[in-house]
Design a protein. Structure first.
Length: 171
């Protein structure tokens, strides 16, 4: 190990936020038993940036618990191409879990989070305002179940693709 670098044990409470569907089901029961309002959003979150932080913080402010669905590495590859993701699934999940306003991270293999949204049945489904409510996957289901669908304004100029382009153009 290089001098000056000291690895610490990972914060188990941070890692414990990364859950599978079975563990998420247990959490959902606990949260619903205490009338917690559950917010759900999803994405690749390939390179965590200010736009993500702002968006996720605002999403969490809409309820009591924030669940983030992240695309698995294979799902990201199918959606974004063979050169993506830049950061592996576990790294992306750990970074999101480290955010104080995040309550659970769950990965999904499918190209869309439709099945996951049906399992979570959130009180509030959130996406960025680059989506129209009618185009948000799972919106119809959430509204049928009595939930709400919200869009959040995004900070201009922040996207993983834009950051990747800037890095490529540094050559």
């Amino acid at each position: 190990m290089p001098r000056g670098i000291h690895l610490q044990k990972p914060n188990m409470s941070t890692q414990s936020k990364i859950v599978d569907l079975e563990s998420l089901s247990v959490l959902l029961k606990q949260w619903r038993a205490t009338k917690q309002r559950i917010v759900f959003t999803n994405g690749c979150f390939d390179i965590l940036h200010l736009g993500h932080i702002d968006y996720l913080e605002k999403a969490r402010s809409l309820g009591d618990k924030l669940i983030i669905g992240i695309n698995t590495d294979n799902s990201v590859k199918r959606l974004k191409g063979e050169t993506r993701p830049i950061n592996a699934e576990y790294a992306r999940a750990r970074m999101l879990a480290a955010l104080s306003f995040t309550d659970a991270i769950v990965a999904f293999e499918e190209d869309t989070p439709e099945a996951l949204i049906r399992k979570v049945a959130p009180d509030i489904l959130v996406k960025g305002n680059d989506y129209n409510v009618e185009n948000i996957v799972g919106a119809e289901y959430v509204m049928e179940m009595g939930g709400k669908v919200s869009t959040i304004p995004l900070i201009e100029g922040y996207s993983s693709s834009t950051i990747i382009e800037k890095i490529i153009n540094l050559k």
